[in-house]
Design a protein around this ligand. Structure first.
Ligand SMILES: C[S@@+](CC[C@H](N)C(=O)[O-])C[C@H]1O[C@@H](n2cnc3c(N)ncnc32)[C@H](O)[C@@H]1O
Ligand code: SF4
Length: 482
């Protein structure tokens, strides 16, 4: 066992005590670029399994994990969508359960109460309502949920609540947008994804086409939102550079404060078979073009960061995500399949695998914590998770890392950091995305060159078992020319 203050990490399993050469790990990350990304871990059945906690011990381990966490972030998952887009990787229920919004939202409030009773009240520093499509259920359910959170926890003034919507809902239901603002939500994110009609069709997203976008924007603005984000996606098979450029220019015309680029992750989606048709060169060209077009319109992001902001000193992400990325802040995930992250554990709520509500509702009815998988992890994995998430912004805040783990990033990852610095993939910078923390503002950040080789560089910080998985999956002849 290793310990910092009240944090206790179990010893690493044998698979996490080995070490690999950084150059081999880098090559494996590049060769497996479709999976070597911020969605840590990979192959959890193999890599996290030694640390899985049996159900009888869930309460004890969760209580210990939250014991010294006075302030946390909160994520509430709303798993409903009009229909499931073929590219979507999230926990969304099928048609059969789409009418059960009231039952679900009641269970979500019940889960909130269960945690509050179990853990005691906590301060909430960031709160995202995500999905799925959280604007699918009636607005009053969201209002009730925010009230429930406020009743049992203390939502701090700096906690800016953020919600997600689709163009169709924002265009057709102006009252909902107004209601969100009135109930205290201050940031809203809308998925444009792509604008090319034939690609929208192939992706099962044709009901959210451009005909809704300007009206949606007008409703969001009329409601009072000054923090408006648009998601766009690249890395699709059959998405030409010209089509991508048109999507970016369209997003800019909508005038949001922020534009977030999502590179398509194929794992576990309905179109996973298309991954082979997308090569890394296409993805790199698209990322490069996006950076140029967005910069010329005043949207800025440092290398590797996917949320572009046209507001100075504003990361463009929600308080919840910013704290997760910069500080590695612990968060409680509520709802179907939601993920929870403390300093020592990662867990996934019931429903994460089957994507249906029954097991989750059953647990709540029995007044049990609705956990499907709970892992009490060694530092190797908790550090890897924090660093993988910090790559959302392309930088690791050194003070935040030290504060969390009681050790220096450059010491823990000595070989990897030396390799990344020598190869010009990373460099020391002043922190580029602060959270107004009393943190020293020094980071190790991706360079432009490092951002180009993002998938290889991020793998340098994965735990050995995950690196081993990537190395094993890499054909021997796959030499990476850098
Ligand atoms: C939880 S979704 C919510 C947005 C909202 N339901 C919508 O579709 O407009 C958040 C974002 O994740 C992105 N996304 C969904 N599936 C993805 C995948 N397989 N790989 C990468 N990004 C994905 C999309 O850009 C989407 O807007
Ligand atoms: S992309 Fe959005 S609307 Fe489409 S299935 Fe996923 S969460 Fe639902």
């Amino acid at each position: 066992m290793q310990r910092t203050n009240a944090r206790i990490w179990p010893s690493a399993a044998p698979g996490d005590t080995v070490r690999f050469r950084p150059s081999d790990v880098f090559a494996a990350g590049e060769a497996n670029h479709h999976i070597s990304n911020t969605a840590y871990p990979i192959a959890h059945r193999e890599t996290f399994w030694p640390y899985r906690i049996e159900r009888e011990r869930h309460k004890e381990v969760v209580a210990a994990a939250f014991a010294d966490l006075d302030a946390i972030c909160l994520y509430s998952h709303i798993p409903f969508c009009e229909s499931r887009c073929f590219f979507c990787e999230y926990t969304v229920v099928g048609k059969k359960e789409i009418g059960s919004t009231e039952i679900y939202m009641r269970a979500l409030d019940e889960e909130t109460r269960l945690y509050a009773e179990f853990l005691g009240s906590r301060k909430i520093r960031g709160f995202d309502i995500g999905g799925g499509t959280p604007s699918y259920p009636r607005a009053e359910f969201i209002e009730n949920h925010i009230e429930t959170v406020n009743r049992y926890f203390t939502i701090l003034p700096e906690c800016e609540i953020s919600i997600e919507t689709t163009p169709k809902i924002a265009a057709q239901e102006m009252e909902k947008m107004k209601a969100y603002f009135k109930m205290g939500v201050r940031r809203i994110s809308m998925g444009v994804q792509v604008t090319q009609p034939d690609l929208l069709k192939v992706l099962g997203r044709e009901t959210n086409g451009v005909e809704h976008h300007f009206r949606a924007r007008d409703h969001i603005r009329a409601a009072g939102f000054q923090k408006f984000n648009i998601d766009v996606m690249y890395g699709f098979a059959g998405q030409s550079l010209a089509a991508w450029q048109a999507t970016l220019e369209h997003a800019i015309r909508l005038g949001p404060e922020y534009i977030t680029l999502y590179r398509m992750r194929y794992k576990l989606t309905r179109i996973s078979h298309q991954a082979h048709a997308v090569n890394i060169e296409q993805v790199r060209e698209q990322a490069k073009l996006a950076k140029e077009i967005l910069a010329s319109a005043g949207y800025i992001a440092n290398p590797g960061k996917n949320t572009y902001s046209r507001v100075a000193q504003d990361t463009g992400t929600s308080a919840y995500l910013t704290r997760r990325v910069i500080e590695g802040a612990p968060y409680l995930g509520l709802g179907l399949g939601a993920q929870t992250f403390t300093d020592t554990t990662i867990s996934y709520n019931s429903g994460a695998v089957g994507k249906n509500m029954a097991p989750y509702l059953r647990d709540i009815e029995k007044r049990m914590l609705p956990l499907q998988d709970l892992y009490h992890l060694p530092r190797e994995h908790m550090m890897a998770k924090m660093v993988a998430v910090s790559f959302y912004f392309g930088e690791v805040n050194l003070a935040a890392f030290r504060q969390k783990f009681g050790a220096d990033f450059e010491v823990v990852y000595a070989d990897a950091v030396r390799f990344a610095l020598t190869e010009g993939f990373m460099e020391y910078t002043a922190s580029q995305n602060g959270t107004n923390l009393a943190l020293e503002h020094k980071s190790i950040s991706l360079t432009e060159r490092g951002a180009k080789y993002f998938n290889g560089v991020i793998a340098l910080f994965f735990a050995p078992s995950v690196q081993n998985y990537l190395i094993r999956k890499t054909p021997k002849r796959e030499a990476i020319a850098v």
